[in-house]
Design a binder for this molecule. Structure first.
Ligand code: RIB
Ligand code: CA
Length: 315
């Protein structure tokens, strides 16, 4: 696959989404063709405004932004303001207002199939939030989605642990029907779950050291301002001044697939209320079943990823 790789990012910004989007936009090996926004960490309007302000702060030629689904297919709604701030961006929306960028008029669930058709066999879809947009697009136009080269999903957990409940990761918990639909689609899906993302712990001190080495810029100030609360939450929750780079690792795995090692498995996502909502099951492939399979990330070269992340973000 020649570089740069064309990618479409579906996202619910959120602070780790912010880091993932900036990483992708600054990466010389990725070409971000479009951003689609889904409700998740915070409501759709806040997620959409965050996507626009991240693009303005990143100071790059902005790709088109398409706003998408406001509600999960599987109710009820689950949010994560306690992690990302009420505005989804660490409370800095007041001091970092959207200046001029606007979204496209087309809805994300129409844009995804259209983009897939326009880049047959070439587009990698990186999904960083609940899979509502992707599943809805898949159900409306399955033929179009077969044009997608790979779907890399930040979600689930290869060893069954969760971060919303003991068993369910947020993106899969927030819309289990959508997650199950994508996981069982038979499309080339790679799942980057908590079992690997929780190994990519970036300390505040290390991040700030590298930010300080950057030339002064709007982006540097934005990253300082916005990420503080993410580290604060990590400190409260883990007792360590370091945060996991969930969404950035999904982007990193597209930038350099050798950063993770995957295993082909048969996966399902539990779509029912109760203690197992959003839980991902992962079974080894057996020769008899012809159930759809996905690649599940089982190992990560965490330090090599962290160094790549800091090199691209802070150069
Ligand atoms: O569980 C982590 C995932 O849920 C990340 O994508 C984070 O942004 C939230 O959406
Ligand atoms: Ca996210």
């Amino acid at each position: 696959m020649p570089f740069p790789k064309p990618v479409l990012i579906d996202t619910d910004p959120g602070l780790d989404d912010l880091l993932a989007l900036v990483l992708a936009l600054r990466s010389p090996v990725l070409d971000v063709r479009a951003i689609t926004v889904v409700a998740g960490n915070v409501p759709i309007d806040a997620c959409t405004a965050n996507a626009l302000r991240i693009l303005e702060a990143a100071g790059v030629e902005p790709p088109p932004v398409f706003s998408g689904c406001a509600e999960p297919i599987s109710p009820p709604v689950t949010r994560a303001e306690h992690v990302h701030g009420a505005d989804g961006i660490g409370g800095v929306s007041e001091v970092w207002p959207v200046q001029h960028l606007q979204t496209e008029s087309v809805h994300a669930v129409e844009a995804i199939p259209d983009l897939a058709r326009r880049h047959p066999g070439k587009l990698t879809l990186i999904a960083l939030g609940p899979l509502t947009n992707v599943a809805t697009a898949l159900e409306r136009d399955p033929a179009a989605l077969t044009n997608i080269r790979e779907i890399v999903v930040m979600g689930g957990c290869g060893d069954g642990r969760g971060n919303v409940t003991s068993r369910a990761e947020f993106n899969f918990y927030a819309d289990p029907y959508a997650a199950h639909t994508v996981i069982q689609s038979g499309l080339p899906v790679t799942v980057v779950g908590l079992n690997v993302t929780e190994q990519t712990l970036l300390s505040r001190a290390r991040f700030h050291r590298r930010l300080a080495s950057m030339e002064e810029s709007k982006l540097r100030q934005f990253l300082f301002d916005a990420t503080g609360p993410y580290f604060d939450f990590a400190m409260q929750r883990r007792g360590r001044d370091a945060c996991p780079l969930h969404d950035p690792l999904a982007v990193g795995a597209v930038m350099d697939p050798t950063l993770i090692r995957t295993k082909r498995m048969v996966c399902e996502v539990v779509d029912k209320q109760g203690s197992t909502r959003g839980m991902m099951t992962a079974e080894p492939v057996d020769s008899i079943s012809n159930a759809p399979t996905v690649q599940v990330a089982m190992e990560v070269e965490a330090e090599r990823f962290l160094e790549l992340f800091l090199e691209v973000m802070c150069r």
